[in-house]
Design a protein around this ligand. Structure first.
Ligand SMILES: O=C(O)CCC(=O)C(=O)O
Length: 278
C-alpha cells in the first residue's frame, strides 16, 4: 500500500492505516508500504553498503558462497551483519515511526530490536534458495498449538526490486499461522509443499518498508541484473530473555532517540562498533 501525503509529511500513520497494517500482518503475514524513505537517503545507504559488501565478499568468497549451504549454493545470496554506524543506524532505519507504531501494537511497547543486517541477491546467481521460514519453532515437535507473533522482520530494499534482480518470493496468507511444530526440523518439507502453493514475487520500489511475521515462508531468487539487490533486514522481538549481540559504542547510544535507546537497551552498549560479518 502507499502511505498518504499527510502520513508521509507527519511521520504518523492514520488510525485506519495502522489498524489495516496490523490486521494484514496477522492475516496475510506481511504489509508493504511502498517508497517511504527518500531516494537520496536510499542511494546513500546503497553506496555505503556496497563499499562494505564488495571488499568483504572479495575476502570471504569461499566461505560465503559455500556449496554445502543450500542458502548460498549457486544463489549468490549473502547475509551481512551491519556495523552500527551512520548512515545505517539512522533513526529512519532503526526506529522508523511507521514501523515502531506497528511493532509496538503487535509485540508490545517493551519489545526489542534484536537484529541489524542485510540480505543481498548478488548478480550471477543461478539457483533459488529452498523455501523457508526465518524462525525455528519454540517447542520443537512437542507443541501443536499456534503461538502469537514473536518476531517481526523489517526489510528496506536499497534498489527498485524488479522481476530481473532477484525479488524475494513469498507464500502469503497462512504459512505464518501453522502450529509451532511446523517450524521445527521434523516438519513436512516446505519446499515440497510450496511447489504446489500460491506465491508472489515481492516487487517493490527502493525505500519501501516490508514488515513480515518471521514465520512466513519465502526464498531468495537469482539476480539476473548487473547490480546488487540488497535489503536491509532488522528484527524486532517481543520482550523475553535476551542476550544482546549488536555492538554499540556509548557515544552512539547516547545520541539515539529515547525510542531507539529503549529498543536497543539489551544490546552490547559500550562495545566498539562490530566489524561487518556474514
Ligand atoms: O532478501 C531475500 O531475497 C531473502 C533472502 C533470504 O530469505 C535468506 O537469505 O534467508
Amino acid at each position: 500500500m502507499r502511505l498518504s501525503a499527510e502520513e508521509l509529511a507527519s511521520g504518523r500513520l492514520s488510525p485506519d492505516t495502522l489498524e489495516l497494517a496490523v490486521q494484514l500482518i496477522k492475516v496475510n503475514g506481511y504489509v508493504l508500504f511502498e517508497e517511504v524513505l527518500p531516494r537520496a537517503q536510499v542511494e546513500e545507504l546503497y553506496d555505503n553498503y556496497v563499499s562494505i559488501l564488495d571488499p568483504y565478499v572479495e575476502q570471504h568468497r569461499e566461505e560465503i558462497l559455500n556449496p554445502n549451504n543450500g542458502f548460498n549454493d549457486g544463489t549468490n545470496h549473502v547475509r551481512l551483519y551491519l556495523p552500527f554506524v551512520k548512515p545505517f543506524c539512522d533513526e529512519a532505519v532503526i526506529a522508523n515511526p511507521f514501523v515502531t507504531e506497528i511493532v509496538d501494537q503487535i509485540l508490545g511497547e517493551d519489545c526489542f530490536m534484536t537484529y541489524f543486517a542485510t540480505n543481498t541477491s548478488m548478480p550471477g546467481g543461478k539457483n533459488k534458495q529452498p523455501v523457508h521460514a526465518d524462525t525455528s519453532s519454540r517447542y520443537g515437535d512437542r507443541h501443536d498449538g499456534n503461538l502469537p507473533i514473536v518476531n517481526l522482520v523489517v526489510n528496506y530494499p536499497l534498489v527498485d526490486v524488479t522481476e530481473d534482480n532477484g525479488p524475494m518470493e513469498v507464500w502469503p496468507g497462512g504459512t505464518h499461522l501453522h502450529p509451532d511444530s511446523w517450524y521445527a526440523p521434523n516438519a513436512f518439507s516446505k519446499p515440497k509443499l510450496a511447489e504446489h502453493m500460491h506465491h508472489i514475487k515481492m516487487l517493490m520500489p527502493a525505500g519501501s518498508i516490508l514488515i513480515r511475521d518471521d514465520r512466513v515462508w519465502h526464498r531468495g531468487t537469482p539476480n539476473r541484473s548487473d547490480k546488487h539487490r540488497p535489503n536491509i533486514a532488522l528484527i524486532y522481538s517481543a520482550n523475553g530473555p535476551r542476550t544482546g549481540t549488536i555492538q554499540i559504542p556509548h557515544e552512539t547510544y547516547d545520541q539515539l532517540s529515547t525510542k531507539a535507546q529503549r529498543l536497543l537497551r539489551k544490546e552490547l552498549i559500550g562495545y566498539p562498533v562490530g566489524e561487518p560479518k556474514h
